[in-house]
Design a protein around this ligand. Structure first.
Ligand code: 13P
Length: 246
């Protein structure tokens, strides 16, 4: 499988800047051996969707709802995302778990709806610094995998992706610090093994957290790092292009 480079633009750009960044990417990134995915905010996504048709850049969303349709004020349906050409959706990002109190049951429901629409969920999991310092990272990740993936069935390995994002390594967190690529690989080997046991498929696992053009090659060189989920560094065209051309 091709390595994946997923850009999570979060809520960092206005619509004009999102369009401009997309156009620059289409002009400057002529080729990448990786599958590139960009995840703009919902409003920009509507305008970006036609620009990406028949290009090598795939469209992703940053979240989707727990149901296909219904009385869910303010929510966005995976059905509509699919109609806009969305192929991937980030689910369970730590910022949503933290600011919006999303729990595993909600994330599980969102995964089910996304899968039913043929959208590939990118399930984010990651431990807090206290869990890491207490030597509880693996047990936390294992139970989170079990909760988020409870009862989930997929037909093909590529129907679902996991992203390991240690919360303490995300650049916007206070005192964030990068993880060593070898340590990320060790934890991802563990995640892969556990996910395979639950889903009966060999699932791709991406790494996210303070990835930049200086360390991306180290992460991508690891055996069990199948790609990157990038926040801040994906907002700079020069930096993102250099990561995509590794
Ligand atoms: P940074 O790359 O800015 O650390 O963000 C990681 C992230 O949260 C991507 O989803």
């Amino acid at each position: 499988m091709k390595k994946m480079i997923v850009a999570n633009w979060k809520m960092q750009l206005n619509i004009k800047d999102s369009l401009s960044l997309t156009k620059k990417m289409l002009q400057q990134l002529k080729f990448s051996s990786a599958q590139i995915v960009i995840c703009p905010d919902y409003l920009s996504l509507v305008l970006i969707s036609p620009l990406l048709k028949k290009t090598f850049i795939a469209l992703g969303a940053q979240d989707s709802a727990v149901a296909e349709f219904g009385a869910y004020t303010g929510e966005i349906s995976a059905v509509n995302l699919r109609q806009l050409g969305v192929k991937y959706v980030i689910l369970g990002h730590s910022e949503r778990r933290n600011h919006l109190h999303e729990n595993s049951a909600i994330i599980n429901a969102k995964i089910r709806v996304a899968l039913s629409q043929g959208i590939i969920p990118i399930l984010c999991i990651g431990e807090k610094l206290t869990e890491r310092n207490n030597g509880e990272a693996e047990s936390y990740l294992n139970s989170e995998l079990h909760r988020a993936l409870k009862g989930i069935k997929i037909k093909r390995a590529r129907d679902l992706i996991i992203a390991y994002e240690p919360i303490w390594a995300i650049s916007t967190n206070h005192a964030a610090r990068p993880i060593l690529a070898s340590e990320a690989d060790r934890i991802q080997t563990f995640i892969k093994k556990k996910a395979q046991r639950i889903l009966k498929k060999k699932i791709a696992v991406l790494y996210g957290g303070s990835v930049n053009d200086q360390n991306a090659a180290d992460f991508l060189a690891q055996k069990n790092i199948d790609g990157l989920l990038i926040g801040a560094a994906a907002l700079q065209i020069k930096e993102f292009s250099s990561i995509c051309s590794i």
